[in-house]
Design a protein around this ligand. Sequence first.
Ligand code: MN
Length: 232
Amino acid sequence: MAEKLREYERKRDPKRTPEPFTSKRKGTTKEPIFVVQRHDARRLHYDFRLERNGALASWAVPKGIPLEPGTRALAVHVEDHPMEYATFQGQIPAGEYGAGKVEIWDAGTYETLHERPDGSLTVRLDGERLRGTWALAPAHLGGDPKNWLLIRKREDDGRVWSDERYQPMLATLGKDPPAGQAWRHEVKWDGFRTLARLRGGEPTLWSRRDQDLGERFAAVARRLPRAVGTPD
Ligand code: MN
């Protein structure tokens, strides 16, 4: 395992980053674990890690874990991380490898459903946000062996992916604001009312009349993936 983590250790200086180094914990004999970390580095991305042979096999997923059945995302295979990394959250200091904030976006256990000689894996994740089946395939996108695909598999559980578009609410005149803790109040400014959706880290903004406002308010659209703590 020391061999496996050599690249991890080569890239990092334990005196300069709070990231974990020791690897006392061996792989569990129970169900293996997975973790997804939201990593607000130079480029915002999500790190997907699976416990494999006493370390965390790792992929950086720029657009986040695909949620909609049948969709896929680029997953860049990166160096194995020590098991302790599964609980790491914090700030990697400026100037260090991967500088930026790391947050745990989801964690849980998983089960391997299939494994092929080429390294392809099909896993069933059991986390808080991620439940269901995903496949990882070494697709060599652009000819680079690091460029894998992460694919959300269709489930036979009858769940339907909602693509419903709500409309922004129209303000109506009232005499008194409604009472109670469940309400928030805001001034009604003049302007556009819009709702935004992130899907695979891609923002969409629309108006009450279903006009696309993404171009008109490009600065808002651009900032959404970082402002919202999730890619979907
Ligand atoms: Mn990362």
